[in-house]
Ligand binder design. Sequence first.
Ligand code: ARG
Length: 465
Amino acid sequence: MSNNSLDNKQKSWSGRFSEPVAELVKKYTASVSFDKRLAEFDIQGSLAHAHMLGQQGIISKNDVAAIEKGLAEILAEIQAGTFEWLLDLEDVHLNIEKRLTDKIGDAGKRLHTGRSRNDQVATDVRLWLRATADDVLVGIKNLQLSILDLAEQHADTIMPGFTHLQVAQPVTFGHHLMAYFEMLKRDAARFVDCRKRINYLPLGAAALAGTSYPIDRDMVAKTLDFDGVCENSLDAVSDRDFAIEFSAASAILMTHLSRFSEELILWSSPRFAFIDIADRFCTGSSIMPQKKNPDVPELVRGKTGRVNGHLVALLTLMKGQPLAYNKDNQEDKEPLFDTADTVLVTLAIYADMLRGIAVNKTNMRQAALEGFATATDLADYLVKKGMPFRDAHEVVALAVKHGVQLGCDLADLPLSDLQKFSIMINDDVYQVLTLEGSVASRNHIGGTAPTQVKLAIARARKLLS
Ligand code: ARG
């Protein structure tokens, strides 16, 4: 970015100043280095505003035509990378406006009639965020499809289900994966919902109080595809709820992916050896030749901290601001941009990574056999034979203790041993003590039975279609 100094007269607000802004202050207050990414949306907003000014007879049709032509050229320059961004012109808005005026003269100076950078920037950010929310929704769907494919392959793959990270009960791997599908379903709903409140037009609020020109805000809203206008001018220029909501939805989404990552890291460690993450998502160690590190899930876990931090930054940014616009608001962009960038790339890489996961069914199954995972099934068996649940719980606890002493699973104890704990136990008990029997018996909506997992996947595919 070029930094050549403009003389004070060339700046849009310098008439009342008697000395130039200090160099360091210029750098401190400028936002063009990061808000230039709003350029396309700034131009979209300006075009809609100019058309409305023309329609209402506030500026001439000739002016509108000149503005249209000038902005089209500027957009082309920006897209070609030939546009010269000047730090002296502070932000994206003043850079584009100055270039327009250089190109078309007075018509360019008329564009800002009935508008302020305060309602302009709020409009730009909403337009950008609306498009970004749509991209996030595409990313979530893509990841959901990737989860469904993996879950489908493993609808009846048995693994230990954990509570407190201790083996609890056998579950199917497909069922486990579908838990993340549900989380992402809620995430998508949050972005859809947040998009609704993004989609209102601030333009027309001008600096804070509205404008004395006979503007038509509904027309601008319609042109820009907003669902309506922000109904209070003070709120319109100062509200950043939509940015906070987007960040909150992003933080929750990243938190889900962080939990998932923690599991991938554990499962891929040789201690578990449940899965293998494709080499292209891992790196080696520069000193230990045997290492294969799950860098991608680790970074997802790490980047979640950064996205959560941005949410806190935005909340803190807003908490002390009196109405209406304050320069503080300029600080909304970097956290928001970084949040969006992080979420979008994470979703894309995650979908791809899941497609590269190889599952070691033998190890998963072995682990499920190792922690008396079917103890609850034995209790349920006794209950079905008439024993009160609390008594059954105690009987099984004693049987487990016996198994621990002998170093064997419940399914490996001979019937005569099991019958020492309750005479209600018969040889049909072994059906419920197997892993397959255990998972198949949880056959209701939300349960881990392979039939239910397949039904859940079918419902999910229908939802996404
Ligand atoms: N760059 C500013 C921002 O991002 C634009 C609005 C400036 N308005 C003002 N009154 N200084 O918020």
